[in-house]
Ligand binder design. Structure first.
Ligand code: PLP
Length: 435
């Protein structure tokens, strides 16, 4: 019965061509026509998601791969935060889901025994409408981490390299060893933008260029025109994937218009950041249908958690949410940066919900010492070994961060050595008192 809902290899002149991947003999087997390259996936996502029984060879292989997300990248054997911990290490949003998102998620729990995949289709249609895209240009996932890794598996190989910024978000790189892909790490420019010309020069064999704007960890932008340059000059057959996880915090312009213009561009969006839904898990891939098919072929047809879908839908329907949260984030971030400057610490001006600051000593030592103060800050990037990444928390959390940071930097909780004749006198908070 479901077969009727599928294109089934009988449209767009591809009748009779063998499918690229035939996963089983059941209803939902065909992905792409080998000859025409036509997408044979069903146009109706209700049916596509019910194909979870047909696990592709690629998806089975994927089970062995490790797809991680931000906190997992830091601590493989993480046991959880101690109580009262200040959590400014994973670029989360301490505000959590909006009030309407919470209501929607709570209300759907009673129906949690149902797949209700039509809700996902409606979310995708809403997003498509908001960006004036055709519905099949939008595909929802449980977060953007999985499709990021899937894209690496789909578009790189031993012969097609993965090109990324240094420092940059590492997740895509982590997927590369599984496919024997060469990773090309290209230093950011002096203004911490992606050096698109160097990326092009260093990877004539590129399969996938990854651009994160604002960048994680630096929070810095790569302009629309620079990304356009990359797209126009990239090697034939390669794809540019632009991760806009933090774009809503910034004044930058999305490159979704390039997707709309049918360029070889994938845009990743997530509800984990400004929408505060990291634990609920919802992300979006915005791309041409042929690219969607390639990515989804690595595991993208799983049913979505309905709680996440309705919370995401409610979030998008709230026109005030993004500007309001952007304002709050900017205010707290700028206050923290001013405080750093007034205390003699330098930072990289950021447009995201995190920023890098130079602690002028091995960053790991400061991270560990801060942890002892029950303040958890971001990890170390080898390209910036004396900088730490701070996520923007609540005003109260930032105050706790500041107090702990002064204790760590002024005290001897860090294992660095500064010649010191006498032990320092401290007040009860650990602050150094004048000699
Ligand atoms: C740049 C970037 N992309 C993607 C993600 C993944 O987010 P999620 O899987 O929660 O959507 C993160 C998480 O921190 C990120 O920093």
């Amino acid at each position: 019965m479901l077969q009727a809902a599928w294109n089934g290899g009988k449209q767009d002149g591809c009748s009779g061509h063998p499918p690229e991947r035939r996963r089983c003999e059941g209803d939902q087997t065909v992905v792409t026509c080998t000859k025409s390259g036509v997408n044979l996936m069903p146009s109706n996502s209700i049916f596509s998601r019910r194909s979870f029984m047909q696990i592709s060879a690629a998806a089975s292989a994927m089970a062995a791969f490790k797809i991680v997300h931000e906190p997992m990248a830091v601590r493989a054997a993480w046991q959880g935060y101690p109580s009262g911990a200040v959590r400014i290490d994973s670029n989360e949003n301490p505000l959590g889901p909006s009030a309407t998102a919470r209501e929607a998620a709570s209300a759907i729990v009673a129906d949690g025994g149902r797949y209700d995949d039509d809700l996902t289709g409606k979310l995708e249609a809403l997003v498509a409408g908001q960006y004036e895209l055709k519905p099949d240009y939008v595909h929802a996932y449980a977060g953007s981490s999985s499709p990021l890794s899937y894209a690496v598996f789909a578009l790189t190989s031993a012969k097609k390299s993965y090109v990324t910024a240094d420092p940059g978000y590492e997740l895509g790189m982590m997927a590369c060893p599984f496919s024997g892909t060469r990773v090309v790490k290209v230093p950011l420019t002096k203004t911490y933008a992606h050096d698109v010309k160097a990326m092009l020069a260093q990877a004539p064999d590129a399969g996938l260029f990854y651009v994160c704007t604002p960048n994680n960890p630096t929070g810095t932008m790569t302009s629309h025109s620079e990304i356009e340059y990359l797209v126009e000059h990239k090697p034939k057959g390669s794809v540019v994937m632009v991760d806009e996880a933090y774009i809503h915090f910034s004044d930058g312009t999305s490159v979704i218009d390039l997707v709309k213009a049918n360029k070889d561009v994938i845009v990743l969006l997530t509800f984990s950041k400004i929408y505060g839904m990291a634990g609920l898990r919802c992300g979006l891939v915005i791309a041409r249908p042929d690219l969607q098919t390639k990515i989804a072929g690595h595991g993208g047809w799983s049913a979505m958690p309905t709680t996440a879908v309705v919370a995401a839908t409610a979030s998008l329907q709230d026109a005030q949410l993004v500007p309001e949260r952007k304002r709050i984030n900017t205010e707290i971030r700028e206050q923290a940066c001013q405080w750093l400057a007034s205390n003699g610490y330098s930072y990289v001006p950021s447009q995201a919900n995190h920023f890098m600051m130079d602690v002028k000593r091995p960053a790991k030592e400061v991270i560990d010492a801060m942890q002892k103060q029950n303040v958890f800050i971001g990890r170390v990037w080898p390209a910036m070994p004396t900088s730490v990444r701070i996520s923007v928390g609540t005003p109260a959390e930032m105050e706790q961060f500041q107090a702990a940071f002064l204790r760590v930097m002024n005290g001897r909780t860090v294992g660095w050595s500064l010649p010191e004749a006498k032990p320092r006198r401290r007040n009860l908070d650990g602050f150094v008192l004048p000699a």
